[in-house]
Design a protein around this ligand. Structure first.
Ligand SMILES: NC(=O)c1ccc[n+]([C@@H]2O[C@H](COP(=O)([O-])OP(=O)(O)OC[C@H]3O[C@@H](n4cnc5c(N)ncnc54)[C@H](O)[C@@H]3O)[C@@H](O)[C@H]2O)c1
Length: 320
């Protein structure tokens, strides 16, 4: 039985890479990272001690073996026209061509690009930055795209993710990517719709007008995530991903008037927001109750329990 001691090498130590690194280190795996620049530690306020366990390597294949798993979390770029640039991701994957270990791709990539890339599993990331480490330890979704012809056995942490996620999907990398874009587009379209509707009720020039819009919207949507009047959709992912998805499909000759409208509506709302800074900002989380370290620990269970206890004691004994 695999007892969870594979070596993990994270490639691209940003938001996603660090969340995965800290979560897997917390679960008892030896974790290393490779990045082309000095990382800016995203979760140091909460997980400063855990960072000490995740060591940088200067040669990407330094820890290579048949028991090594590479998690690629290099960022894509999307230009003003909505074209996705995955050259950095391609470069990172090419550097693993000779690796004996397995490759898990976590970056967000348009379905049509995936066939041109080399990896074993595509598992798009669905985390929210505010609870990213906890969500990486116990992901809400486990969406697994297996590359055709890949015969690699699962790493041990897949079993925990597969067993404990609230939604599980096994399919092709392209299907996995469509689920990721479906999720982001659905989130964005709800935000844009509610804001456009709210603006139709009244222009939010002051707090009374804002309250007027919220009164109607909140009655109907009961203050659910992505369905609250406020700021336009922003952040690292929604604008970038929805724009890239729209542009790609338009280039393939597919009409997407609803998504075009959503994009336009959000741009209009961004202008409104610039003039009215009192528009509230809503952060979304999964509806599952907070995934605390303790819940996550229990879920990780059998394979890593001894390591976890040791790490938990050392790392968190002085934290509340
Ligand atoms: N941030 C989120 O909340 C989030 C959520 C879900 C999915 N994603 C997706 O995950 C991917 C990564 O996002 P992120 O927010 O972590 O990006 P990021 O910009 O914070 O981190 C990417 C890291 O990759 C590094 N990098 C670039 N080229 C490299 C190379 N050749 N080798 C090694 N490292 C390299 C960069 O220096 C950077 O540190 C993106 O595709 C993003 O859309 C992000």
């Amino acid at each position: 039985m695999n007892n969870g001691k594979e070596t993990i090498v994270i490639i691209g130590f940003g938001w996603v890479g660090q969340a995965n690194a800290l979560a897997l280190s917390y679960a008892g795996y030896p974790v290393y990272y490779f990045d082309i620049q000095k990382p800016n530690l995203k979760y140091a306020d909460k997980y400063a001690k855990l960072y000490d366990k995740v060591k940088p390597i200067s040669d990407v294949l330094e820890k290579d073996s048949h028991d090594t798993w590479y998690i690629v979390a290099v960022g894509d770029r999307v230009n003003q026209e909505g074209e996705q640039d995955i050259s950095a991701i391609r470069k990172a994957l090419e550097s693993l061509k000779k690796a004996k270990g397995g490759v898990i791709l976590r970056s967000t990539i348009i379905p049509g690009h995936l066939a041109t890339l080399d990896f074993d599993y595509y598992i798009p990331e669905f985390l929210h930055e505010k609870k990213a480490v906890e969500e990486s330890l116990l992901p809400q979704y486990f969406i697994l795209g297996k590359k055709n012809g890949n015969e690699k056995k699962w790493p041990s942490f897949f079993y925990n993710w597969d067993r404990n996620a609230t939604k599980v999907f096994h399919g092709t990398p392209e299907e996995a990517s469509y689920i990721k874009y479906l999720s982001n587009t659905w989130n964005a379209i709800r935000i844009a719709f509610v804001n456009e509707f709210g603006n139709a009720i009244s222009h939010p020039t002051d707090k009374e007008k804002l309250a007027k819009n919220e009164r109607v919207v909140d009655f109907f949507f009961e203050r659910k995530g992505y369905l609250r009047y406020g700021r336009s959709y922003g952040g690292h992912c929604l604008p970038k991903d929805t724009h890239a998805f729209l542009t790609w499909h338009k280039k393939q000759g597919k009409e997407m008037p609803l998504l075009e409208g959503m994009h336009k509506s959000n741009l209009i709302h961004q202008d409104i927001e610039k003039k009215h800074s009192h528009l509230p900002q809503w952060f979304s989380e999964w509806s599952r109750p907070v995934i605390s370290g303790r819940v996550a620990l229990r879920a990780l269970g059998y394979s890593t329990s001894r390591n976890i206890k040791k790490i938990f004691k050392k790392t968190f004994s002085r934290k509340k």
